[in-house]
Design a protein around this ligand. Sequence first.
Ligand SMILES: [Zn+2]
Length: 466
Amino acid sequence: MLFSSAFSKPTVYSCLVTTSTRGPIGAAKRHIQAQWLRRKHNNARDDFRQSRPDAQASRLDYDYDEMITATMPMRFSPTSELLGYPPNVDVDGQSECFISGHLMRKIVFTPGIGSPLPRAGPGVKSYRVTSVPNKGEGMLAARDISAGELVLAERPLLVVPIGVKMKTVRVLPSNGEPTSAQTTQVQEEDAEKFFALAVKRMKPRQREAFEKLESSHLREGCGPIEGRVRMNAFGFKELRDPPKNGKPGPNYGIVCEDLSRINHSCGPNTIQHWDMPSFSIQLRAVRDIEQGEEISVNYSEASLMASYAARQADLAPYGFRCDCPSCTNPKASDARRHQIRTMLQSRTKLAEQRSGAGPEEDSDTPVEELLDGLTLVQELLDGLKLIEKEGLEGTSGYGFMLTLVMSRYAADGDVAGMRVYARKFSVWRVATHREGAVDEEEVENGFGLLPLAELVQKMTTGESIL
Ligand SMILES: [Zn+2]
């Protein structure tokens, strides 16, 4: 397949991409770090010294840390021949990227790269972007959305590294060592110029959408493009270069047209995932969402289980104070989250103790004794309610508690109760692990607990189990 004349060839720039500080999300607070390499000229073009001006779209042999502006998703054959863009880019969009040679190869060799975006639910679009009181813009549910449902899938407008060190930096008009303010200024100017390389490649409609996004540049003194990246970027572990020479690789910030409008909550009703084959961010509901309700995600790198103070401190660089239900009543919320943490710790310990027991030890243990430590179903259900009250259905703790409730019902010989929670657990896996759909077979089988439930059922009804 030939690529069209609209195909823009990638361009390679010489710079080093190095460490970002931590965690996948939180582009906002990471400042671009520049290395001082003094040069005797300040020709702006030298900032982006092109090491390979003859770079061809058909090549993939870029160095690990060579930076390339490229439009994704791009497809290559297994023998590294360029196939061009997938036919869906007109509908699903394409992303302007400023990425390392390593990441480019990782992307284009992902099996199925360029797959069409999955469509969210049948019928009416599930969300609309609109103004939200005290929050600027936000995303509201345009219809009822069920737990596990795909709310949207979106290809980014922009993918740029967070944490860039450049080889070439202009000389500041000062003698001796630069002050830290001067260093910061140059770092920000350089980041702006690098990011501009990718923004320049956007189609007019993409650029217009990008420019409509909120920017923190007036508040933070960086450039408008970096300000937009700081305010709007998501990060994912799948888009992170591996360590080199003992140093962690850079994270990438991903900016989207719609998804970047979504607001934060400490009890978010959705969770975001990166899907490499379709080159998109996908948002799934972790609980039922009613029409008109605001759709939210977690921005913070701090654990959602953390205290109010820890969460607010983590969100400070975004320039807002969270006013989610938990942050509106922090004392009660902190007490509940503390209770949840304690509950999960003790349950995890019990589970580990049980799984740690050797099989020989278990062989003669009566069922009741094996389940000792699993408390009454009501106590577990109360624990689940506590997690739901704090809006933490997207956490692993919630999934763990669902398996305990399911096990408790099975141990009580309550097949119907077991299946109710097996279904909830399957929905939770769809939302948090992007499993395609509820696994009806596993629900029916209680994820392997059905034989136990049936055995106990027979024992309690006095039926012969032999
Ligand atoms: Zn909050």
